[in-house]
Design a protein around this ligand. Structure first.
Ligand code: SUG
Length: 456
C-alpha cells in the first residue's frame, strides 16, 4: 500500500465528523466567540453537511486517506429521561419545551461533528505496549458536549476493533479531569509509524494553585486530565511534554489549543502568544525531539502578533487548519478555512509563508462556513489517527471514504436534511422523527445493526 510518505512510513488518516441533521446555532459555548455571536441565527443543516462532505472529498482528491465518523443521536432523549422527563418521545419533547426549553438545545446540538474533540489518540509507535490508544474526551466543560463520550467510545470501538487498538473510557467527569481530546494535543515525528514527541496542552491546574489563569472565559482542559491520558496511553516520560495555554489567548477566544497551533510530522505552526513561557517550551521541544529523532530537525514556525493579532488569529482560524504531507510533494500543504483568505493581515502573512517557509509550500482553502459559525474550522472537524500499514488494514473499511460512499452520503443528506433550522424547530417532535429515520438509514448504509439508543 502506498501511504502519504511513500512505502512503509505509516499514514495519518483524518476521520471527519459527518455533520448531523440537527446542526443549529444554540449559542451554547461560553468562551467560543463564534458560537455566541451567531446564537439563534438561522442554520442550514443540509448545506453544513454538504460542506463537510466536500471538504472530505477535497482532502481525498489531494491524495490522502480519509475516514468518517457518524453523527450521534440527537435529540438525545436518554439525557432527558435521566433528567426526569418520561413518556413517549413526543411527550418528552413537548414536556421539555414547556417546562425547560433551555434543555432542548443542549440535547439537540450536532456538536459531535467536531471530531477533534472526540478523543485523544496515541499512535502505537509511542506506546510501550505498541497499541494505538484512544481515550474518549469527557468534554465536561460544556453541558451539550458532556453527553457525547459514551456514544463516541461505542463508535470508536466499531471503527477500530481488534488487537491493535486499546480503548479507554472517558476520564471521570467533572471539572477536575476536564478533557477536550485531540484539540489540545500535538505530536512531532519524522514518519507517522515511528516514535514521536507528544505535546499535551492544558489551561489550568485542578489540584495546585494557578498563578496564571484565564479570567474572562473558562479554560476547558485541566493539567490533571492531560497527565492521566499520557499515563493511560503508556507514553515514555522522555517523549511527552505538558504546556500551559496562554490564559490571555483563552480570554481572546481560543478555547482550544488548535485555534492557535497546528502540527504535522516535524513542523509546528503556532502563534507567538499561544503558550505560557513559550521560549522555554520551544527549547524543551527541541531538546526532547532531538533525543528521539537526532536525524530530523523540528521546524517551529511562530507567527508574530505584529503580523497576526490575537483577534485576527481567532476570527480567521488561521491555525485551525490541516497541515498535511501530500504524496510526492517535498513541502507540506496548509488547508485553511476561507475566512483566513478573507482576513487582510492573515492573507498577507500566508502570501509570504508559502514563499519563505522551509516546510510549508502550498496553501489551500475550504469552505466550512456553517461549522465555522459555531467555532469549528477544518481542524476541528477531523480526528487524526496515525497508523502503520497493519493497523490501517485493520480499520473497519465501512468508515474509510470511497467515491461510492461519498456519493451515497451526499444523496442521504439531500434526502433527509432540512434546508433551515431555527431554535423554535427543536420543539417540533416531527424533527426528531425525521432525524431518527435518517440515522436509521445511516446504520443500514454502514451495516451497523442497532447502534443508536432509539434503535434499542
Ligand atoms: O466545543 N462549538 C464547539 C466547537 C468545537 C471546535 N473544536 C475544536 N476547536 N477542536 C465547542 O465550542 C457550539 C454549539 C452551539 O453553540 O450551538 C459548539 O459546541
Amino acid at each position: 500500500m502506498t501511504t502519504a510518505l511513500g512505502n512503509n512510513q505509516g499514514v495519518e488518516v483524518n476521520f471527519d465528523g459527518l455533520i448531523g441533521p440537527t446542526h443549529n446555532y444554540g449559542g451554547l459555548s461560553h468562551g467560543n466567540v463564534a458560537s455566541k455571536t451567531n446564537a439563534l441565527k438561522i442554520a442550514y443543516p443540509k448545506l453544513a453537511a454538504l460542506q463537510g462532505l466536500q471538504k472530505m472529498q477535497f482532502m481525498r482528491g489531494l491524495g490522502l486517506e480519509q475516514g468518517i465518523l457518524l453523527p450521534q443521536q440527537r435529540p438525545h432523549l436518554p439525557t432527558l429521561r435521566a433528567l426526569g422527563f418520561n413518556g413517549s418521545d413526543e411527550q418528552i419533547i413537548k414536556q421539555v419545551s414547556n417546562a425547560a426549553p433551555e434543555l432542548l438545545a443542549q440535547c439537540y446540538s450536532a456538536s459531535s461533528m467536531w471530531s477533534a474533540n472526540a478523543a485523544t489518540v496515541c499512535p502505537s509507535a509511542d506506546a510501550s505496549d505498541s497499541k494505538v490508544h484512544f481515550t474518549a474526551a469527557n468534554l465536561s466543560s460544556m453541558c451539550h458536549r458532556s453527553i457525547e463520550h459514551s456514544s463516541t467510545s461505542r463508535l470508536l470501538k466499531k471503527v477500530f476493533d481488534g488487537e491493535h487498538f486499546s480503548h479507554h473510557d472517558a476520564l471521570p467527569s467533572g471539572a477536575h479531569f476536564a478533557d477536550e481530546g485531540a484539540a489540545n494535543h500535538n505530536r512531532f515525528t519524522a514518519a507517522y509509524d515511528q516514535a514521536g514527541l507528544q505535546l499535551f496542552v492544558y489551561g489550568r491546574y485542578s489540584f495546585r494553585a494557578n498563578p496564571q489563569r484565564s479570567q474572562r472565559f473558562p479554560s476547558r482542559q485541566s493539567f490533571e486530565a492531560s497527565q492521566s491520558i499520557a499515563r493511560l496511553h503508556k507514553l515514555d516520560l522522555g517523549a511527552h511534554v505538558f504546556a500551559q495555554q496562554n490564559p490571555e489567548i483563552i480570554d481572546a477566544g481560543a478555547f482550544h489549543n488548535d485555534v492557535v497551533s497546528v502540527s504535522n510530522l516535524s513542523t509546528f505552526f503556532t502563534h507567538e502568544q499561544a503558550f505560557v513561557d513559550q521560549a522555554e517550551l520551544k527549547t524543551e521541544l527541541q531538546t526532547k525531539f532531538r533525543a528521539i529523532r537526532p536525524d530530523t530537525e523540528l521546524d517551529i514556525i511562530e507567527v508574530p502578533t505584529s503580523a497576526v493579532s490575537l483577534s485576527d488569529a481567532v476570527s480567521s482560524y488561521l491555525f485551525n487548519s490541516q497541515l498535511v504531507q501530500l504524496p510526492g510533494q517535498e513541502k507540506m500543504t496548509l488547508v485553511l478555512p476561507t475566512e483566513s483568505r478573507d482576513n487582510r493581515s492573515v492573507a498577507a502573512y500566508l502570501n509570504e509563508l508559502a514563499d519563505t517557509s522551509r516546510s510549508i509550500g502550498n496553501i489551500e482553502f475550504v469552505d466550512v462556513r456553517q461549522s465555522m459559525q459555531n467555532g469549528g474550522g477544518p481542524a476541528c472537524l477531523r480526528l487524526r489517527v496515525a497508523l502503520n500499514e497493519e493497523e490501517l488494514a485493520a480499520v473497519n473499511p465501512q468508515f474509510m471514504l470511497t467515491n461510492s460512499r461519498l456519493k451515497e452520503l451526499n444523496a442521504w443528506v439531500e434526502r433527509h436534511y432540512r434546508d433551515q433550522l431555527i431554535a423554535e424547530d427543536l420543539a417540533d417532535p416531527q424533527l426528531a422523527r425525521e432525524c431518527f429515520t435518517a440515522l436509521d438509514e445511516l446504520t443500514q448504509l454502514f451495516e451497523l445493526g442497532s447502534f443508536y439508543e432509539f434503535q434499542r
